[in-house]
Each structure stands twice: as C-alpha cells, then as structure tokens.
Design a protein around this ligand. Structure first.
Ligand SMILES: [Mg+2]
Length: 326
C-alpha cells in the first residue's frame, strides 16, 4: 500500500481508471482539509501571511505525531465525510431509510468519540447528532434553519457512490443533509456538490459540471444558485480570490459551494493551486479547500495530486483503501 501511495504523484496522467478517480476525490478532500486546518480560524489573509509568509500557506504547516507517525491532520470535515462514505458502502443496495439510519448511528458515534479526537466540530452538526441520539427521525434531526457548511463539506461521497445515477446522488445527498442541516441553502449546496463530483468523476467537461451544479442547487434554493453563478462568472473573468473569496467566507453553505465551484473553474486541472487558494482565505479555509480538493481531485485523480501531500496527510493509507472499495 505504501508503495502504491508513493507512486501516485509520479505516474503520468493516463486514461481515467475509476480507482484513481475515487482516490483523487477522497484524498483531494482530505488534503484540502488538512491544508486549511491551521488557517481556519485566522480571520484575514493578512493574518495568514503574517504567520506563514508572503504567499501564505504553501505546504502543510501543521504536523502531529501519533503512534510513531508524523502526519498533517485533517479536521471534522474529513471525519464526517468518512462516516458518510462508510455508511454508503456498508449499506450498499439498501433503501434510503436504512442507509440514513446507519449514517445517523455513525454520526452519533462521531459526535461522542470521533476517530482521532475532536477537531473543532460545528455546532449544527453536534446539535443534529444530539437530536438523533435522543431519537429524532433522521429527516427531522437537523435544525430547520441550520445552513452552515457542515453538510456540504461531507457530501462528495454521494457523487462517487452514485456516479452512474446523478439524480440519486443529488436526492440522497439532500436527504443526508437533513440529519444535521435542513435549511434550503444547505440542501442546495449538498445537491450541487454531489452532482458536481459525479459528473467530474465520469469525465464530463468542467463547464457542464458547473452548470449542472447550479441547476441542482436551484431546485432547492434560488439564492444559492445565484451565488454560484456569480462566482463562476467571476472565475471566468479572472476576478481574483482576494475579491471573490473575501466575500464568500463559506461559514454558510451557499457561500461554501460558491467558493468551491469558483476554485474548480479557476484551476480545473491544478489541485495544488485550487487547494492552496482555498486554504489561504479569511473564512472557513479547511472547508473551502476540502470542496476544492474533492472537485479538482475528481478530474486529476490521485495521480494528479502532489505526491508529498498524499504521503503526509493523516491516515492516507486508510483513506486510499476506503476509496478502493467504492
Ligand atoms: Mg473543519
């Protein structure tokens, strides 16, 4: 496995083998999350530059040691996305209701004892988990006005597991948002993320994926779709992140998905650039970089991710193995 991982960044891009695409999304998201980990709570780009130099973060700046391993830790985004992906794989072939009940159990377990320890979990995610633990139905557990980025940040697995059925990817991603986030902007963002990952993973052009993402969002929230359309237009016109990502702080779901699609449009084939621009933001840096890493990762695959980042991100071997099960 370690040898397989070492090879990832060095092989030339070839056709799009499905395992490489899946690993590209899963590892791209985790890498983005870890890259934005040290900057999530630095509240301005100036503060990031003061701490990490004129370019801001250009590599993993936060490393932990645990069990003899030296790694760049991800945050709650990846912990929850892993729970989502494991639930989808374990319940493969089961109904939506059965799958969401299993996912609810995994979410409650995450809230009580997250793998690797607590990583600044979002309040809405924790509140949803408490409601689930108290017996709330999965589709009622999330706050009715919970519209943070806590569900869109973990929605990419739907696009991989249901890549051949984009409608199902969208509908199930929306359903899963209700466990913790029921505001229409969170449903819209989750829909768009699942659709975008599915289409990009299948090799569809970026422009098509972007427009289908906007259309998916619009089925739940017109304001989310409008925010995404503006961000796409800005990316195509070359509006800099200092403008667009200063406005889209991404603590809210509609801003997060707009930031994600903006970075996809700016750097569709450059995971390094997309992830670093996401991490060097004044807002919710780890979640923006997670979305960017998943979307661009679906295009470039794991072989298109920087090899040293793949090597160093927390639990890369476990995440790689999990991606191979999709
Ligand atoms: Mg986080």
């Amino acid at each position: 496995m370690a040898q397989q991982l070492e090879m990832l960044g060095t092989r030339p891009p070839a056709a799009r083998p499905w395992p490489d695409v899946c690993a590209g999304v899963v590892l791209g998201a985790a890498i983005g999350d870890a890259m934005g980990h040290p900057t999530e709570f630095l509240e301005s780009v100036a503060a990031i530059r003061a701490k990490y130099g004129g370019q801001g973060v250009t590599k993993f700046e936060l490393y932990w040691e645990r069990d003899g391993k030296h790694f760049a830790p991800y945050t709650d985004d990846t912990q929850m996305a892993e729970a989502v992906l494991r639930a989808l794989l374990e319940a493969r072939g089961e109904s939506l209701d059965t799958t969401m009940r299993l996912m609810a159990k995994k979410f409650v377990a995450w809230a009580n004892e997250p793998q690797g320890g607590h990583r600044a979990p979002g309040n809405a995610c924790l509140a949803g988990c408490r409601a689930l633990e108290a017996g709330a139905p999965w589709d009622q557990a999330g706050g009715a006005t919970a519209g943070g980025c806590g569900s869109v940040m973990r929605a990419y697995p739907f696009g991989l597991v249901f890549a051949r059925d984009v409608k199902k990817a969208e509908e199930w991603a929306v359903a899963h948002s209700r466990l913790t986030h029921r505001d229409p902007i969170a449903l819209a963002a989750s829909a768009a993320m699942a659709v975008g990952v599915a289409l990009l993973a299948r090799g569809e052009p970026v422009a098509q994926a972007s427009s289908e993402m906007v259309a998916a969002a619009c089925r739940y929230s017109a304001s989310t779709a409008a925010m995404m359309a503006t961000a796409i237009d800005e990316a195509r016109r070359g509006v800099e992140p200092e403008v667009t990502l200063e406005r889209l702080r991404a603590w809210a779901a509609h801003e997060a998905i707009a930031a994600g699609v903006y970075l996809l449009e700016r750097h569709p084939d450059d995971a390094r650039a997309a992830i670093l621009e996401g991490a060097n933001t004044s807002g919710d840096s780890d979640s923006i970089a997670t979305l960017a890493g998943a979307l661009v990762g679906a295009r470039v695959g794991a072989r298109g991710l920087p090899a040293d980042w793949v090597r160093d991100v927390e639990r890369s071997e476990e995440l790689f193995a999990l991606a191979m099960e999709i």
